[in-house]
Design a protein around this ligand. Structure first.
Ligand SMILES: [Mn+2]
Length: 352
């Protein structure tokens, strides 16, 4: 049984907002991931089947491996759209759905349009600590993905017959990408029950996995291999690893967005390593991403040392300065956090 996690009042409010809206814009965070694309496009299919005018508008173009499902070409990308066209889409909307983000700032170029819009706004998200910028909020950080949340909403409203194969394919795409094909964030048996329900729509499960996951470009594989070969530093006594990539290396491998995707996870394949840090020297700053295993919080580290945040096991930040200075900051962090890290390592190794 999939339990209903919403209050009746919440669902009634959502229903009445949807009923009274004709033109709906679905938005997500910048650099849309599989969950952001899946949740907006999946829910958009449901709204269209309800007879609504619905449109997905994203801050910038999603990666190629997330644009293989039918109708991907209907996604409007703010970065490429004419300003007037964009303004018009928002002016006509009587409802904005804010999906897979907890802070309107995460929508980059869409931010002013969302902030200035007088339309009703509904938050549908699974990130912690939402900023309260919507009229109605569905914030469920315990769920695997916004896609799971969106499909639960569909079920709670009795709209399962409006999802169709395409809507289910999009929702499934978010479910598999946000859980690493059910490797993490998916300990709740109900996540699998929802996956089972989505399979019931006749979706191409293997095809979606294959398109979403096996999509790396040759130069990206070479760039990542180079970084692992030349920059990986494993501090075994701490259980922590660091990878860095300089601007020069990025250029040598014709880097484009997404080429370093997944690299930060590689050191976690080493049994003793429970925390991995990746630094990339972008043109404007050093981008930091961190991943961890278990309940070691990289969100805390990113907040304290790199002005960022995120999830417990996946977080990001930035450093203003040179790559060398960022690396120094990393070593300063290790020194300051030594006791905390060693205590966790003890627990991690023993508990394994
Ligand atoms: Mn998500």
């Amino acid at each position: 049984m999939i339990k209903n996690i919403f209050s009746e009042a919440q669902i009634e409010s959502l229903k009445s907002i949807l009923d009274s809206s004709e033109s709906i814009v679905l938005t997500c965070h910048k650099s849309p991931d599989g969950d952001a694309v899946g949740a907006t496009m999946g829910f958009c299919q449901v709204l269209k089947q309800m007879g609504k005018k619905a449109r997905v508008v994203v801050p910038n173009t999603p990666a190629d491996n997330l644009r293989f499902l039918p109708q991907s070409d209907t996604i409007m990308c703010a970065e490429e759209a004419e300003e007037a066209e964009l303004a018009n889409v928002f002016a006509q909307a009587d409802l904005l759905l804010c999906m897979d983000y907890n802070d309107v700032k995460r929508t980059q170029g869409l931010c002013p349009y969302i902030e200035q819009s007088t339309s009703k706004k509904v938050l549908i998200d699974h990130h912690m600590f939402p900023k309260h910028f919507c009229d109605l909020e569905f914030s469920f950080p315990d769920l695997s993905s916004t896609c799971e949340l969106a499909f639960r909403l569909v079920m709670a409203m009795g709209l399962e017959n409006k999802v169709g194969k395409l809507g289910a394919s999009y929702f499934y795409m978010g479910l598999v990408t946000d859980t690493g094909n059910f490797a993490y964030n998916s300990s709740n048996p109900e996540t699998f029950m929802i996956a089972a329900k989505l399979l019931g729509y006749g979706i191409d499960k293997n095809g979606i996995y294959n398109r979403a996951f096996n999509s790396q470009k040759e130069n990206s594989i070479r760039l990542q291999s180079y970084a692992l070969q030349h920059s990986l530093k494993v501090k075994r006594e701490y259980g922590i690893a660091l990878i860095t990539i300089s601007q020069e290396t990025l250029r040598r491998y014709y880097y484009t967005n997404g080429d370093t995707e997944g690299l930060v996870n590689v050191p976690l394949k080493i049994p003793e390593v429970f925390c991995s840090v990746f630094m990339r020297e972008d043109e404007s700053c050093i981008k930091i991403s961190m991943r961890s295993q278990g309940d070691f919080s990289v969100r805390d580290l990113c907040e304290r040392y790199f002005g960022g945040g995120g999830h417990l096991n996946a977080a990001a930040g930035e450093y203003q300065g040179t790559l060398e200075e960022a690396v120094n900051m990393y070593y300063a962090m290790l020194l300051k956090e030594k006791n905390n890290i060693l205590a966790y390592k003890e627990k991690y190794i023993n508990g394994k």
